[in-house]
Ligand binder design. Structure first.
Ligand SMILES: Cc1ncc(COP(=O)(O)O)c(C=O)c1O
Length: 413
């Protein structure tokens, strides 16, 4: 790898490692609140569901402006339970994107239904709504748009299609808590919304956890049953469900973090603005496509994914790994090309935008506690591979005022 780098890299000072995400830094800020929340649960010895879960459900419902929120064991379970709540049966077809985390399509398969993929828009990485209608057959029962990386999919056209063809919409909002579309939050933009509290999410637990939002009281009742083996109360099982409860400890930790969610998201957005400035300063802007924020949307940057040409992306990734700067590819293999979905009959070339994205995207550190200095290291190291590093860039190129303004703003929590 070093052979392909400009010779100037030989004399660069040793690079300070930059983590991809630093949950320890987050915990440092909130340790007393989290420990107190955990202590209270231990004092009551009520570890499953209970008051903490009920309160957290109310808080999430209020935050998303949904009538109901139902806690469950993970984002994956939220998707599975939602599909069952919509009466999805084996053989039904569910339209979704192939450019997402595996769980979206895994959940569809898990309930015996068939994932039908539709390609993405190149700018938002979300499902291309103009291509959805062509994928509808008499077996289609629902659409699962994914609000990838924290930006909502184009929901209005999806709604029009759903109403015309009598389809349900399950939002996979697992990466998008707090994200908005036309002023409304993810989770109330479809029939049902699914969230994940995996530790790296903008609101992350101390383990797995999930939540389902809906305005439909019938669906909410069904979901509350399904997560406890179909029990409608008093060991009266009216259907077969699952054990998919949210632990009290998770709810307590998430409640302690919830008041900080908005400021953490604002810090992520400020970090995104700093990256744009740095890309310009390091003269790499023409080689990098920064995430597009589409009109009437609020991107919450669960991931900050740039695009670099496929020839350069892997070189950049390899170099960042060499110098211990965190970076990742979400996702390197679209779902229609996954071995386990071979039986669906898709082939390379079926979804060119998803396949191109898989070869070009690169997620950079964006966590709220990230410092401007660390961001400059990330960009400097990218610029080295792209052979754009001016010699002067070995010292910070951002004017001190800019640095200070952003570093104070991002310490919002
Ligand atoms: C888009 C998407 N869908 C579903 C999931 C599944 O969530 P969980 O890991 O909580 O099961 C995730 C989690 O990473 C996700 O990013």
């Amino acid at each position: 790898m070093a052979d392909s780098l400009p010779s100037s890299t030989n004399v660069l000072p040793v690079c300070e490692p930059v983590p991809f995400i630093d949950l320890v830094a987050q915990y440092r800020q909130i340790k007393p609140q989290v420990q107190e929340a955990v202590r209270k649960v231990f004092d009551t010895q009520r570890f499953v569901m209970g008051e903490e879960v009920a309160q957290f459900e109310c808080e999430v419902a209020s935050y998303c402006d949904s009538r109901a929120a139902i806690g469950c064991a993970s984002g994956t379970d939220a998707l599975v339970l939602s599909l069952i709540a919509l009466d999805i049966k084996p053989g039904d077809e569910i339209i979704t994107t192939p450019f997402t985390f595996f769980a979206t399509a895994g959940a569809i398969h898990r309930v015996g239904a068939i994932p039908v993929f539709v390609d993405i828009e190149p700018d938002s990485f979300n499902i291309d709504t103009e291509k959805v209608e062509a994928a509808i057959t008499e077996k289609t029962k629902a659409i699962i748009p994914v609000h990838l990386y924290g930006q909502c999919a184009e929901m209005d056209p999806l709604w029009r299609i759903a109403v015309r063809f009598n389809l349900g919409i399950i939002e996979d909002a697992c990466q998008a808590i707090g994200s908005t579309y036309k002023g409304r939050r993810a989770g109330v933009l479809g029939t049902i919304g699914c969230f994940s509290f995996f530790p790296t999410k903008n609101l992350g637990g101390a383990g797995d956890g999930g939540m389902i939002t809906t305005d439909d009281p019938h669906i909410a009742r069904k979901l509350r049953r399904l997560r406890v083996h179909g029990d409608q109360g008093g060991y009266d099982h009216v259907e077969v469900g699952f054990n998919s409860r949210l632990d009290s400890l998770q709810a307590a930790v998430l409640r302690a973090k919830m008041p900080l969610l908005e400021s953490w998201t604002a810090a992520r957005q400020q970090n995104a603005a700093v990256y744009e400035e740095l890309f310009r300063k390091y003269q790499v802007r023409d080689q990098i496509t920064v995430p597009a924020v589409l009109p009437e949307r609020n991107h919450i940057y669960n991931q900050y994914c740039i695009r670099i040409s496929r020839q350069q992306r892997n070189k950049v990734l390899e170099h960042l790994r060499d110098v211990q700067v965190g970076a990742a590819v979400y996702y390197p293999k679209p779902l229609h090309l996954q071995t386990c979905f071979k039986f669906l009959g898709y082939q390379e070339g079926d979804f060119p935008e998803s396949e191109r994205a898989a070869k070009e995207v690169l997620a950079l550190p964006i966590f709220p506690e990230l410092e401007n200095r660390q961001q400059e290291i990330v960009v400097r190291e990218i610029a080295i591979v792209l052979e754009r590093t001016p010699k002067s860039a070995r010292t910070p190129v951002l004017p001190p005022k800019f640095m200070q303004q952003h570093s104070t703003q991002q310490r919002v929590a």
